[in-house]
Design a protein around this ligand. Sequence first.
Ligand code: PMP
Ligand code: GLN
Length: 382
Amino acid sequence: MIPSIQSKLPEVGTTIFTVMSGLAAEHHAVNLGQGFPDYPMNAELTSLVDKAMRDGYNQYVPMQGYMPLREAIAEKAGKLYGAEIHPGTDITITPGGTYAIYTALTTVLQPGDEVIVFEPAYDSYIPNIEINGAVAVRLPLRYPDYSIDWQLVRASVTSRTRMIMINSPHNPTGAVLRETDIQELRKVVKDTQILILSDEVYEHLIFDGVQHESILKYPDLMERAFVCFSFGKVYHCTGWKLGYCISNAALMAEFRKVHQYNCFSCHTPSQVALATFIRDGETYLGLGNFLQEKRDYFIRSMAATKFDLLHSYGSYFICAKYHRISRENDTGFATRLTMENKVATIPVSAFYKEGTDNQVIRFCFAKKQETIDAAVEKLLLL
Ligand code: PMP
Ligand code: GLN
């Protein structure tokens, strides 16, 4: 007999990304669903990993992460955002951005705490909050530009509000926070005990000359913030599952207590390689233009279809309305599109706990031109 357990996440199924990629594989569909590039990563970076392994970097690094990598990250944060980050105390290397977010939430949340989270929200956020016994206070972003209603935020703060989660550039919508948003955030948290979790995994994937408003730029906000990053997104290697979290020494000390008994340390050769590689700013500064070209190619190619694209300012996603094609709900439509029309996407309702459905689907354009061409050829038939 299998002993029964009480589920910690009774309402949760399999993540939509795995579901849609599975469906795409099963039906031989072009996969513009799950967010990952299908073009090769930088060969110099893979050679550096190979070299690190051959040079004998194959044992544990300290639980905080390989120090030269933390030093390189601190230098980059100084150069880009004017931030004074101490590699010894303020940075921890993690197995991906998702883990960094989970660890930050687990570090601070007590049962009954409230976390303000904006929907559509990346699908790990709410389960990560709830598994800690805390409550997700879900506020809708304003459709269709997906901006934050700060008046609603102010009205939603209570004595139990422990944290506000932000994500810019935003998955799934490509919306980005502006300086005015940061000023509003500042006003909301000033003189409170509210912490901030800023998911900045798409920091370099930002278009049209818009500047990324990193929380690292704001020393007053860094007193209360965990900022999470992903090397997978920056270096086209999502399968490496490597990222990091930056905070201040006091909060990071607590973060590390959780991290050291969960992961302890991350893959050493990749950290050694990145410590060298990221010192060259060219490796990340050209990324915005690179992906903007892909976005624009996708927009041009889709113009002749019946999809109506919303605007994407960043990330590698763009959303589309399909009301000129179908009145189905987005999950039904995305499923049928995969099975019958052989193009996989992600229904945006999956980013809402209650499944809010604006009949919008998400496309990932971080793909080779031939992949986009193959998908658009099929979408033109609709
Ligand atoms: N946050 C957002 C919004 C994301 O889209 C991703 C990518 N999956 C992550 C965090 C984390 O990325 P990873 O764990 O793969 O580094
Ligand atoms: N971030 C990616 C997306 O939004 C996928 C990550 C995942 O599969 N967990 O599609």
